[in-house]
Design a protein around this ligand. Structure first.
Ligand code: NDP
Length: 482
């Protein structure tokens, strides 16, 4: 499948005339080409978005809502096609794309299409002397840059609130997983989204990132991706005083106390470690277990992990698909080698998985559990973002918290205990943007979402995202003398 950029309501060739291969992770085979866009494509897309802004921002919330609801319906109508495209593009099990990723993308549009109808701004009454009220106005052209792990879900998570709030958008999906973004352009066109309101350009961060981030007509940037890229974008955008939201990497702790519901904890911990091949920013990658439970946990956990079925992502029985690319596979394997150099013991996995043709050149890694590493080693400090977790015992609640908080990251955490007071106490002490208690990934779309420390700046989700994509303007009225 060959893709094109979508600019001003038309599918167009990149100005560079260059294309990149799109590789299917499960087979390692090239199955299409995508535009390798450059600064000229960015300029065209931003010009189209800028021209579309006055009319789009002046529509009523109800008018914008109707169009965005049609986009949501369009995603629903093409759910199976989108899920198949995402699974092929990303290597994830088709079942996961069908039941989680694409439904959440549909819901993102429905949520923001209706949220905008219920948003309100503030009035501050100063009694006899006057009152102030706050208008919240869309900002202009928003740049939305997203990663490859949840391609359509994270893409729409940014685009939907930006559009609902009345901005126009230039969006860049990861070049590693571009197909669902291309299909979304078709859906938006069918839904009657006016030309130029959403523009989608394909290519690499290196080829077009700087032109987009530093463009003088782009006042607001929403980025999800790695912490190193986030720092680079921040350094480029800060001197230009752009509004910036950064959702970055993590090294999430999963704290398991001996008094937890063992079966529920075990089932969920397998999922929170290896769902999407461990390539969800919210996956737990450091499992901390109270020492009295540690032997039982290791035995039961490794038994379950060994039983996970790695294979053809299109099969319903597959639980672990391919990781996203050859380069990413090599990075994950290099971390497994590093863990061994650092004294880690591989309890299970730790190697690529060789499947039969046509998957014999795919990027499969056995789910991996590593023990006997200290918290300060690189394996326990750096984000691996693959099917690899470490396990460490702890003796006291204080020690568990110290271990949990001992990284530069602060995105998500999980706590397992039946002690209600301890659950709340530990949850409040963990340095992270979100803490799950006795569950994982149970999250209402209205919740503000984001990380602290090196995991991000700003909050997305819920009404926070509508706030982010608007600029408050205060109007101050004096009532005058009687
Ligand atoms: P990257 O940071 O490599 O890339 C993210 C996006 O930014 C891609 O579209 C990439 O393009 C683009 N990009 C790269 N360089 C630049 C640049 N200089 N200017 C502008 N855009 C640029 O992340 P990955 O795609 O590898 O995604 C994995 C990371 O995302 C992990 O660290 C993960 O934790 C994080 N993540 C965070 C989430 C959160 O909510 N906090 C959620 C999901 C993932 P290209 O790839 O085409 O070069």
């Amino acid at each position: 499948m060959d893709l094109l950029n979508w600019i001003n309501g038309a599918f167009v060739e990149p100005a560079t005339g260059r294309y990149l291969d799109n590789v299917e992770p499960a087979t390692g085979q090239v199955y299409g080409r995508i535009p390798d866009s450059g600064p000229d494509d960015v300029h065209r897309a931003v010009a189209a978005a800028k021209a579309a802004f006055p009319a789009w921002s002046r529509l009523t919330a109800a008018e914008r809502s109707r169009i965005l609801l049609r986009v949501s319906d369009g995603i629903a109508a093409r759910l199976d096609e989108l899920a198949a495209a995402e699974s092929k593009d990303n290597g994830k099990p088709l079942k996961l794309a069908t039941t989680v990723d694409i439904p959440r993308a549909r819901d993102n549009f429905a949520f923001y299409a209706t949220a905008i109808l219920h948003d309100h701004s503030e009035t501050h009454d100063m009694g006899v002397s006057g009152f102030n009220y706050t208008l919240r106005r869309p900002i202009g052209v928003a740049a939305c840059i997203s990663p490859w792990n949840l391609p359509l879900y994270l893409f729409t998570w940014k685009i939907a609130p930006a559009l609902a709030a009345g901005n126009t958008v230039v969006a860049k999906p990861s070049e590693v997983t571009p197909v669902t973004a291309y299909l979304l352009a078709q859906i938006c066109a069918d839904a009657g989204l006016p030309n130029g309101v959403l523009n989608i350009i394909h290519g690499t961060g290196a080829g077009l990132g700087e032109a987009l981030v530093t463009h003088p007509d782009v006042p607001v940037i929403s980025f999800t991706g790695g912490t190193v890229t986030g720092a680079k974008i921040s350094a480029q955008a800060a001197p230009l005083f752009k509004k910036l939201s950064l959702e970055l990497g993590g090294k999430n702790p999963n704290i398991i106390f001996a008094d937890c519901d063992f079966d529920e904890m075990l089932r969920t911990t397998v999922r929170s470690s290896f769902a999407n091949q461990g390539q969800i920013c919210l996956c737990g990658s450091r499992i901390l277990v109270e020492r009295s439970l540690y032997p039982r946990f290791l035995q039961a956990f490794t038994e379950r992990v060994r039983a996970l079925r790695v294979g053809d992502p299109s099969q319903d029985s597959t639980q672990v698909g391919a990781v996203v690319s050859e380069a990413h596979r090599d990075k994950i394997l290099s971390y497994i080698a590093l863990a061994q150099e650092e004294g880690g013991e591989i309890l299970c996995g730790g190697h690529p998985v060789q499947l039969d043709a046509p998957y014999d050149k795919g990027f499969f890694i056995a789910p991996t559990v590593i023990a006997n590493l200290t918290q300060d080693c690189r394996t326990n400090q750096e984000e691996i973002f693959g099917p690899v977790v470490t396990v460490q015992p702890f003796d006291t609640e204080e020690e568990a918290l110290a271990l949990a908080n001992a990284t530069q990251y602060g995105l998500a955490a999980t706590v397992w205990t039946s002690n209600l007071q301890r659950a709340h106490r530990v949850a409040s002490e963990i340095e992270s943007g979100i803490v799950w208690v006795n569950c994982w990934l149970v999250r209402d779309l209205r919740t503000p979402f984001g990380g602290i420390k090196s995991s991000g700046v700003g909050r997305e989700g819920g009404f926070e995202a509508l706030r982010f994509f608007t600029e408050p303007k205060n109007i101050c009225i004096a009532l005058g003398a009687h």
